[in-house]
Design a protein around this ligand. Sequence first.
Ligand SMILES: [Zn+2]
Length: 66
Amino acid sequence: MSLRACRHCGHKVHQQTTDCPTCGGPTPGLTTGERTYSGLLLAALLAVVIVPLAVLFYGCISAFAG
Ligand SMILES: [Zn+2]
């Protein structure tokens, strides 16, 4: 765990923490760019997981339907 300065108040916080213990700001250890990157990564991961599941699900429904 590395310490970063909170981007809201400057207090030292863990990089991975979700809320600053001092000011309560969200994701204090991440820069805006890192948050965007995490969001994109999460979206990509969801797409990779959900699309095959959706295809599989659709295949099952089609099989039941006829
Ligand atoms: Zn803070």
